[in-house]
Design a protein around this ligand. Structure first.
Ligand SMILES: [Zn+2]
Ligand SMILES: [Zn+2]
Length: 260
């Protein structure tokens, strides 16, 4: 029986898009009951840790990082309290983490002083900073902007690139062929980071991502990105993907944080 590690989940207190009632102890209880998952990294959104909801969803901080500086201490207090809670549950299979964006000045939405307390830092693209232009750009220009931003994010000190294709795959008129998957896999290899297979919103390129990561020796992280109760520790998508790719879990280098 394979044992999985969930590199990416959310709790309702520090992720505004997560269902009410999902807490750190929800995951501790789920791990206790699971016979295939032995660990979880709690990776709440940097934007929800550092900003109140209206500001978070405006994404204004992406192009104006001084807004993040103004909220840094407020967010740091929230993050410190959260990390203490997760650290308390370490012997129950829980690890610390965060999911962050890259602002236009090249900084992540995370105070460096917390880096050593985080078992995983996931960098994800949820939106592009305004200076890359708006989402009405033609597909080729959008792809180029997304690629530039992704390459900067991969080099910014993250451990994993979260849902690497979600944002770009959802843009109108964009066709993401396997050559783009190869570019992202080679980028991860060059930067020494892992790539995530994420089941919260799936993309068509996951079979290619799986195969190319194995071919290139890039670690794969399996994440549920759980925001809903039914997603908690549900690895059915990942297992079905392996079947579609004609592979077994033993052929993969599955990423997990050291010490977790
Ligand atoms: Zn995300
Ligand atoms: Zn997430």
């Amino acid at each position: 029986m394979p044992r999985f590690f969930d590199c990416h989940v959310h709790t309702c207190d520090l992720s505004y898009c997560c269902d009410d009632g999902i807490t750190v102890s929800t995951y501790a209880e789920a791990v206790r009951r699971s016979d295939e998952v032995d660990g979880v990294a709690i990776t709440n959104h940097g934007f929800a840790i550092y900003f109140p909801p209206d500001l978070a969803w405006s994404w204004r901080y992406m192009a104006r990082p001084e807004i993040w500086d103004e909220h840094r201490e407020w967010g740091n207090r929230r993050l410190a309290a959260h990390l203490a809670e997760v650290e308390e549950a370490r012997d129950q299979g829980l690890c610390t983490g965060i999911e962050v964006e890259l602002m236009c000045d090249g900084r992540l939405t995370l105070d460096d002083r917390f880096r050593d307390r985080l078992s995983v830092v996931i960098g994800s693209v949820h939106v592009l900073p305004e200076q890359f232009g708006d989402q009405e750009l033609p597909p080729e220009a959008l792809l180029e902007a997304w690629w530039q931003h992704t390459a900067q994010l991969a080099a910014a000190g993250i451990d994993l690139l979260g849902h690497p294709f979600r944002w770009i795959a959802g843009r109108k008129g964009v066709h993401l062929d396997d050559e783009w998957v190869r570019r992202v896999v080679l980028l991860a290899k060059q930067q020494g980071i892992g790539l995530e297979i994420n089941s919260h919103q799936v993309v068509d390129n996951d079979v290619a991502l799986l195969r190319l990561c194995v071919e290139q020796g890039v670690p794969l992280a399996f994440g549920t990105d759980a925001h809903r109760r039914e997603e908690i520790l549900d690895f059915s998508y990942h297992k079905a993907l392996l079947t579609r790719a004609g592979m077994t879990v033993d052929e993969l280098t599955l990423w997990r944080p050291s010490g977790c």
